[in-house]
Write a protein that binds this ligand. Structure first.
Ligand code: SF4
Length: 181
């Protein structure tokens, strides 16, 4: 029996747009899903997930807290290929706007100081992940094999990359199917 490639896709700091772009593959998505094992998707709680023997790890969004940093390391250790999917993953994107503030300044502005007003308290539950000093792109945390820019990227790139993997080739994305915006 042929072993299907395992594909895991995790969603860090960013919006849902990058994952929603997968849906633009329309009926091609059904074809792909018959040929791969989609082990982790946006509806999977991946925090404690065992990513072992992942063929392609797709990371959407930037890395902004310690929990996300740990997930990225774990996915990298377990994946043959890692793809940074979308501007937020490739260079941090809109999330980097917060880099002009320290985590302490952000928490004070969000929970304590006006306009939220006095009486608000900062969340301090120890289960909450701590913010990193700066939001960073995925390749500032681990090695990335495939960078796919775009906000969101073209789903055509994913279709191409999976076709190459299913053909036993390492994907080299043709520049004419990338777009920058
Ligand atoms: Fe959303 Fe654009 Fe970031 Fe993707 S790259 S997560 S679509 S803001």
């Amino acid at each position: 029996m042929t072993v299907k490639p395992k594909v895991a896709t995790v969603w860090l700091e960013g919006c849902a747009g990058c994952h929603m772009s997968f849906l633009d593959l329309d009926e091609r998505l059904l074809d792909i899903l018959g040929k791969i094992q989609l082990t982790v998707s946006p509806i999977t709680d991946f925090k404690d997930y065992d990513f072992s023997e992942t063929t392609l790890g797709i990371i959407e969004g930037a890395v902004g807290n310690e929990e996300q940093e740990e997930v990225v390391h774990r996915l990298r250790r377990c994946s043959s290929l890692v793809m940074a999917w979308g501007d937020c993953a490739v260079f941090g994107g809109i999330n980097t706007l917060r880099n002009q503030y320290t985590p302490g300044e952000l928490i004070r502005a969000g929970y304590i100081e006006p306009p939220l007003g006095p009486g608000q308290v900062a969340p301090n539950d120890p289960v909450l992940p701590r913010l990193l000093p700066r939001v960073v792109a995925v390749d500032q945390v681990v090695t990335v094999d495939i960078h796919v820019p775009g906000c969101p990227p073209s789903p055509q790139v994913l279709f191409y990359a999976l076709g190459e993997i299913l053909g036993g080739r390492r994907p080299r994305i043709p520049p004419d199917i990338l777009h920058y915006d």
